[in-house]
Every structure is written in structure tokens, then in C-alpha cells.
Ligand binder design. Structure first.
Ligand code: SF4
Length: 397
């Protein structure tokens, strides 16, 4: 016997659980940037920029800094500590019997999204888990990854827009912005995976301290954004690049979302503000290339990693996120502008020009609330002043 049937019928009504109007977005069959599914090779997590720095590929100084660039500021240190505390609870025992759920993947998807929103997610999307989105090996133990779940649920958490107003994007709060989202997505993905297991289906959470999957293809297929000029980053039409994602993979039968098209490939072609403002000049002003079966804008991973790990006047770097014209609050004015950017190609150049004219992308001192502190050799001190961009350059082998 099924319980709560009438509730599930209510949930099948046309109301939209999403806090953002995702139902107005144009849905398409494939992501707007090409993915040659047959040619994409699974990625080894040990080859990521941070892990190469950890291995010493970018020189001894960056090898030393990679262990402290997040915890050297107490905000990012505290938040990363919380994400780390959830590294060991990504998986667990599946209930011995299955809950009496409706025989309707669309209703279950809606319910799972409402559960994620109940847990304070900002946006949720679902796709089939592409086999190439599973790491070949993870950094944690270097063993081959075996993960055969059918579906991926992607949960986005916004960083803090107001804090970005006060930040240069490469100061002492930069890693704190990332780990605000990383720690929250860690909590939500672990709780959601545990919930699904209690319903009798396997599920595993993937978050910043324990990923077995590569996030960008999952976000593209689940309709949460398009590839952008920043590089291996997906940009969302309502949050811009100002978010991090946690993932739950599962065999719970779900209805999937479709990829979206909001004109970003054309917008990034015309814009290039992130490339202009990038402190380490890691972002390309040029055209997209094919890399490992993906069409994407190229970026200099060594330089970008060095800027984040070896930033001498801050903790990490998110300048590209800070300056992007899509990094805006969800106010009526910005909703109107974003609608125009999505729907009127001719308005895009005007929007890009207007973004600079309005002074967006500059740090506003009145919004700065954090202390510029740096932990060094076990002592928390006032961070040495320095406004110029300085970082330990990569010494590539
Ligand atoms: Fe695209 Fe401009 Fe944002 Fe860069 S700053 S990601 S070019 S929209």
C-alpha cells in the first residue's frame, strides 16, 4: 500500500518548487558548447591544478603554500574545517526495504528538489550521470573509481553578493566565499544522499572534500548553466559564476532536466571582462578550442592555480567571479537587465558597456566586514598590507 498518495498528487500539480524562475529558460537537447561524448576521457583527479601543486609540479614554494592558502584566513579556515568534517559521511547503509513511493519519476524528481530546497539549496538540477563525468582516480586514495549510479542531482549554493561588493575578488575573504558554498553544499548533499538511502535506494554525496565526479558536465546536462570564458566553469543565468555545487549520485528513478540556452556563448564572445581583469592573466581573450572532447575557452591552469595558492595579499582568488556582469543580485532592476541579456542579442554589447559604466567590478569599502588576518607559523596576525597583486609564480617542470 502506498502512503501519502494525495500529497504526491498535490506535488504533481503545476506549481514550481524552484526559488528562481528556471521554467522560463529555453530548454534544448544538448549543451550549447559541444561535447563529443565518445571522445571525452575520464579525468584523473590527481591531475587537477591544486593536486599538481600539492605534488610539487609548480615548484617548492607552491607545494608549501597549498596546505595553508585556505586555512590561513580564519573565515575560510573555519568553513573548510566544516566541509572536511563531512568528508567521511558521503555514503552509508541503504535501508533494507524500499519506501512506498509513487511510480512516477517526475513526481519523485519534484519531491527531491523540494527536499533540497528545504535543506536551503539555491538551485537544483537533475541529469543522467555521464560515465565520463566520473573521475578515473581520486586524489584521496589514488584508487580507480567505481561508480555506476544512473542519475546525478546537482545542488547549487550562492556565495554572498554583498560580500563580493566589498571585495576585490583576490583579498582575504576570497577563499571564504568559496568555502561558504562548499561547506553548505557538503551539508546538503550528505543529508540528501542519506535521505535517499533511507528511502531504500543507493546514493552518494560528492562535495569539495570528497568528489568522485567532475562537476561541469553534470551542471551542463542538468540545465544549470552554460560553459563560460573563465574556463572549466559553468555560469548560471541567475547566480552568474557566483556559486559552488555539491552532487548526489543515485539509482532512485528520476525524471531528468534538459540543458539550457540563455545566449551565453555569444555573450562571452563579446564580453571578455574576466580575461581583462584576471590578476594572473590566466583567462583567454581568444576563441574556444576543443579539449578532451569538450568545446571550451582555454585557460592557463598553472597560472590560475599559482594565483590562488600563492596569493601574497589574500586567500585564494575569485576575481573572475567578482567582475562578471552576470554576478548580480536578483532584484527587479537586474532581473530586467538579465532578461534582456538572455533574450535580445543586440542588447548584449550595451549591457557589457553599461556594466563598466556603472562601476560594477570595483570593491566598495563600505561593504567590507571581515578582518584582514593571516595565520602564519601558528600565530594569527594582522595581514601585511599590500594592494598590488603579487603571487608566487609557478615553476613548471
Ligand atoms: Fe563571460 Fe564576461 Fe562573465 Fe567572462 S566576465 S564569464 S566573458 S560574461
Amino acid at each position: 500500500m502506498r502512503v501519502f498518495t494525495s500529497d504526491f498528487r498535490d506535488a504533481a500539480n503545476n506549481r514550481h518548487p524552484d526559488p528562481f524562475p528556471v521554467h522560463v529558460l529555453k530548454r534544448i537537447d544538448r549543451p550549447t558548447s559541444m561535447i563529443l561524448d565518445e571522445q571525452v576521457q575520464r579525468v584523473d583527479e590527481r591531475e587537477s591544478g591544486f593536486n599538481r601543486a600539492r605534488r610539487g609540479d609548480f615548484g617548492p614554494r607552491l607545494k608549501q603554500e597549498v596546505g595553508r592558502f585556505v586555512p590561513k584566513h580564519p573565515v575560510s579556515g573555519a568553513l573548510s574545517f566544516m566541509a572536511g568534517a563531512l568528508a567521511g559521511v558521503v555514503d552509508g547503509k541503504v535501508a533494507g526495504s524500499r519506501a512506498p513511493l509513487p511510480d512516477d519519476p517526475a513526481a519523485i524528481s519534484r519531491h527531491i528538489k523540494e527536499m533540497a530546497y528545504f535543506l536551503r539549496a539555491d538551485m537544483v538540477g537533475i541529469c543522467r550521470l555521464p560515465s565520463y563525468a566520473v573521475y578515473s582516480h581520486t586524489f584521496a586514495d589514488g584508487k580507480p573509481v567505481e561508480l555506476n549510479h544512473k542519475y546525478a542531482i546537482a545542488v547549487l549554493i550562492d556565495q554572498d553578493w554583498k560580500t563580493y561588493r566589498g571585495s576585490t575578488g583576490h583579498d582575504w575573504i576570497s577563499a571564504g566565499q568559496s568555502f561558504l558554498s562548499y561547506s553548505t553544499t557538503a551539508f546538503i548533499s550528505c543529508a540528501l544522499a542519506e535521505y535517499i538511502r533511507r528511502l531504500g535506494y543507493p546514493a552518494r554525496a560528492h562535495h569539495a572534500r570528497n568528489y568522485q565526479v567532475v562537476v561541469p558536465p553534470i551542471l551542463l546536462w542538468s540545465g544549470l548553466g552554460e560553459m563560460c570564458r573563465i574556463g572549466d566553469i559553468v555560469l548560471n543565468p541567475f547566480l552568474g559564476p557566483r556559486f559552488k555545487a555539491g552532487i548526489v549520485t543515485t539509482d532512485l528513478p528520476l525524471e531528468v532536466d534538459k540543458p539550457i540556452d540563455f545566449g551565453l556563448q555569444d555573450f562571452c564572445d563579446k564580453c571578455g571582462k574576466c580575461a581583462r581583469e584576471c590578476p594572473s592573466k590566466s583567462i583567454s581573450h581568444g576563441n574556444k578550442v576543443m579539449y578532451n572532447g569538450y568545446e571550451k575557452w582555454p585557460n592557463n591552469v598553472a597560472k590560475c592555480t599559482a594565483m590562488r595558492v600563492g596569493n601574497k595579499h589574500g586567500s585564494s582568488c575569485g576575481t573572475c567571479i567578482k567582475v562578471c556582469p552576470w554576478n548580480k543580485p536578483f532584484t527587479p532592476f537586474h532581473r530586467l537587465v538579465m532578461w534582456s541579456m538572455r533574450n535580445i542579442p543586440l542588447a548584449r554589447r550595451f549591457g557589457i558597456w553599461g556594466d563598466d559604466l556603472m562601476g560594477y567590478g570595483k570593491a566598495e569599502e563600505r561593504y567590507k566586514w571581515w578582518y584582514d588576518l593571516e595565520e602564519a607559523d601558528g600565530v594569527m596576525r594582522v595581514a601585511p598590507k599590500g594592494t598590488d597583486v603579487e603571487f608566487y609564480e609557478p615553476e613548471e617542470k
